[in-house]
Write a protein that binds this ligand. Structure first.
Ligand SMILES: Cc1cc2nc3c(=O)[nH]c(=O)nc-3n(C[C@H](O)[C@H](O)[C@H](O)COP(=O)(O)OP(=O)(O)OC[C@H]3O[C@@H](n4cnc5c(N)ncnc54)[C@H](O)[C@@H]3O)c2cc1C
Length: 484
């Protein structure tokens, strides 16, 4: 991703880019769901869906369903949709009815009822409306992580990036500590002006060589391990990622064209890798299958700064927030984009490095808080893991303020603006999560709505249902036309 983006941007400026990849070490080989920023990434490179999607076994993703994170009756599952420009027509009503329900009135306030994307997803419709449908939809993808790497390597080479297979053994620095050259296992030396560390969790340049400290997020994100395993794809596969809470973490289920990618993200403090694998197999109904599972360790947190001296870390070497909202590749794209802007604005100097690093750190914290919210609001009591997550008080001040805002029936948008965190996750996302898991006064304490509120609620829901089914027809026809 980095090589392609920078090559496109700087080729005319005479910048030469070389990628070194180790065939001995390989890639992490997971990470198969995206946010809408991956579409922006491919669009920015003028690569069409019809070119890359078939080569990467890719499918469309409307959002993520969160199942069994909550035990509140009627709220055991909810959908977190990607934004669409028609949200304005229904989400205002979601905000209205969640506020009413937060204040103790018994009205329907489940987010799925108010979301067109949730309606489409329930019908397994890809986010492809009829061509004359004049509204913009954001969506993500599912893809094979090995194939997407291969595809992008080919694209980078085609556009003039040099590609070397080799393993970096030592790193040479000058007297100021800047990186001067990389020495490969075969003895070759590669010198350069600027180095982008894409070496994964090893972070051989930024963290190992330049000694930039790693700040762990383990005090509020407990998961440090994962086990992954494929299963057979179904004929009528979903257009969403499924995230299902298990005993000590959660399982992902990602539909590709040829298989499901599955995995269990868990905390090794609460269960062993063998226990996690057995639970995942049982969850998938493949206890007796001999398909091999892959076990992975995750380093969750961030480098103190992403850009130090003449080195920028991108991807896992820069930091990683666990994959619950599939944000890592979005982070790669925004890191490269913002870095390129900062470097260009400073005339290819370090002038804007500090501001860039502050922005990256704020991005990490902003996304991290929303991920922590999933754990903080769980209502499961079947294991110590879920109880500890719910009772954990080590959360950021911003997250605390947002939770207080919800309970205090204050305006969520006003709070996001005041805290300057609305660009990470919007009112839509916060409301979907908090109402989706049923953070409301208990059912037995709810008051019956007044006659006029009840009538208005009924009319509003009829309008929403009508609106969603009317819009869905545009998608049904196009999905059918495309043979989906
Ligand atoms: C369990 C899990 C689930 C995930 N799910 C998602 C998801 O749904 N969505 C998402 O966006 N992201 C997800 N991610 C993150 C995603 O996998 C990564 O962000 C993405 O794959 C990029 O990884 P990377 O390139 O930084 O590291 P890697 O894939 O580890 O690549 C590192 C590269 O550096 C090379 N290298 C390392 N050391 C050397 C050396 N000494 N010399 C030469 N080369 C070297 C390796 O050969 C390799 O090519 C997930 C991660 C995990 C752990």
């Amino acid at each position: 991703m980095a090589a392609n983006l920078l090559q496109k941007r700087w080729r005319q400026k005479g910048v030469n880019i070389t990628v070194v990849e180790s065939p001995d070490i390989g890639i992490i080989g997971v990470g198969e769901g995206s946010t809408p920023l991956l579409k922006e990434f491919f669009d920015s490179l003028d690569i069409s869906e019809s070119e890359w999607m078939p080569q990467c076994n890719a499918t469309y993703k409307n959002g993520i369903s969160f199942n069994n994170w909550s035990t509140v009756s009627g709220y055991e599952s909810y959908f977190h949709p990607f934004p669409c420009s028609l949200d304005f027509a229904t989400f205002g009503l979601l905000y209205k009815y969640t506020a009413l329900r937060r204040s103790g009135v018994d009205v329907l306030a489940h987010p799925n009822r108010f979301s067109l994307m949730a309606g489409l997803t329930q019908k397994k419709l890809a986010p492809l409306p009829a061509e004359n449908f004049p509204f913009h939809f954001q969506y993500g993808y599912h893809f094979d992580s090995v194939l997407i790497g291969k595809f992008l390597r080919g694209k980078a080479k085609e556009s003039g990036v040099s590609h070397i297979e080799g393993t970096v053994e030592t790193v040479e620095q000058d007297s100021d500590g800047n990186i001067k050259a990389l020495k490969l296992k075969n003895g070759d030396i590669l010198s350069g002006d600027f180095f982008i560390d894409c070496s994964g969790f090893a972070s051989i340049l930024l963290q190992r060589t330049l000694k930039v400290p790693f700040l762990s997020f383990s005090e509020n994100l407990f998961n440090d391990s994962a086990v992954a395993l494929p299963t057979e794809i179904e004929a009528d596969a979903p257009v969403e990622t499924l995230s299902t809470a298990l005993t000590n973490g959660w399982a992902w289920k990602i539909p590709l064209t040829n298989r499901f990618g599955n995995g269990y993200v868990f905390s090794s403090q609460y269960c062993s890798p063998d226990e996690a694998e057995t639970e995942l197999r049982a969850h998938l109904g493949v206890l007796d299958s001999d398909v091999e599972a892959r076990h992975l360790k995750m380093k969750v947190g961030r480098a103190q700064e992403s850009w130090s001296k003449n080195c920028l870390a991108v991807g896992l070497s820069q930091g990683f927030i666990e994959p619950l909202e599939a944000t890592a590749l979005q982070f790669v794209y925004s890191t490269i984009d913002q870095f390129a802007q900062a470097l260009e604005q400073g005339g290819f100097t370090n002038e804007h490095r500090e501001a860039f690093n502050e922005q990256m750190n704020a991005n990490f914290e902003g996304i991290r808080d929303y991920i922590v919210l999933h754990y903080k609001t769980n209502s499961r009591s079947d294991s110590q893991y879920w109880i500890d997550n719910r009772e954990n008080q080590k959360i950021s001040e911003n997250l605390r303020a947002m939770i207080e805002c919800w309970y205090g029936i204050e305006d969520m948008q006003e709070a996001l603006t005041r805290l300057e965190i609305g660009s990470y996750y919007s009112q839509r996302s916060w409301t979907c999560l908090l109402s989706g898991v049923g953070i409301f006064p208990r059912q037995e304490n709810l008051a019956v709505p007044s006659a006029s509120d009840a009538l208005k609620a009924k009319e509003d829901l009829e309008y929403v249902d009508h609106f969603i089914s009317g819009c869905s027809m545009n998608f049904e026809s196009q999905n059918k036309f495309l043979g989906r």
